[in-house]
Design a protein around this ligand. Structure first.
Ligand code: 1GP
Length: 248
């Protein structure tokens, strides 16, 4: 079997772009999380991201992964807020470095803590440059990370960060405004970053409908992530999946 990164790249080619759903173990019980994950797979999502920027219960997080493993037929990808969220039954983990910020703990500190745990558990690691973009209001990730987001209208700053990520050897870029944000990453910025850095771009934060999701893909996003909208209304899953999968 190939790696999760190879799987994602194959999805991107075959379906035009990939649809990823973020499930937050802080907001959902393990039962709800399982039910949501099964509904996501059924509706055509390509992978489940699990993570949160805070995490109230480490036990619940581990339980969520263990419960889903083997029952959900799409990859389970860790999307950790810190090293404490590394869980053995993960298919792969986005090894995030918050490159838009200047907080050393989130650029390298947590990564040093997580690395031995990942090696011990044999988890596939996907090196990812995480860029927080201004949404117009204070988000959990901005507050918790103690970093300032990149201004929405500064495409040049985003482009330079993205290219630096590529030169540092990162495999993915994750552009987002933060979970539950009032606005998504501007299409113009997605377009500029995807064309300039020539790395697959994941876009998330504040995407609540198919039209917005499709606009990100048309701008060059390789993957679109939604979280909040699916927690609130699972009925949107098919619409979002169809919007992202431009090749049908
Ligand atoms: C957060 O991109 C995800 O990293 C999801 O954001 O909850 O706003 O969909 P939403």
């Amino acid at each position: 079997m190939g790696t999760v990164l190879e799987y994602l790249s194959e999805i991107r080619q075959r379906r035009g772009a990939g649809y990823l759903v973020l499930l937050d173990p802080d907001r959902l019980s393990p039962e709800e999380l399982e039910q949501r994950a099964l509904a996501c797979a059924e509706a055509g999502a390509d992978a489940i991201l699990i993570g949160t920027s805070l995490m109230f219960s480490a036990a619940r997080n581990a339980q969520a992964f263990a419960r889903l493993k083997g029952r959900v037929k799409i990859p389970l990808i860790g999307f950790p807020g810190d090293a404490g969220q590394v869980v053995p039954s993960t298919d792969a983990l986005l090894f995030l470095s918050l490159i838009s910020g200047r907080n050393p703990e989130l650029l390298i500190g947590q990564q040093v803590r997580a690395a031995p745990l990942l090696k011990e558990a044999g988890i596939e690691v996907i090196s990812t440059g995480y860029m927080l973009i201004e949404s117009g209001s204070l988000t959990s990730v901005e507050f918790m990370s103690g970093t300032r987001p990149i201004p929405r209208n500064k495409c040049d700053i985003a482009m330079a960060h993205a290219l630096a990520a590529r030169y540092l050897g990162m495999k993915l870029l994750y552009l987002e405004t933060g979970s539950g944000a009032g606005a998504s990453v501007p299409d113009e910025m997605v377009r500029a970053v995807a064309a300039y850095a020539e790395l697959p771009v994941v876009v998330g934060g504040g995407i609540r409908d198919g039209q917005t999701a499709r606009a990100k893909v048309e701008a060059g996003a390789s993957f679109v992530v939604t979280g909040t909208v699916v927690e609130e209304d699972q009925g949107r899953l098919r619409e979002l999946s169809a919007a992202v999968h431009i090749k049908g």
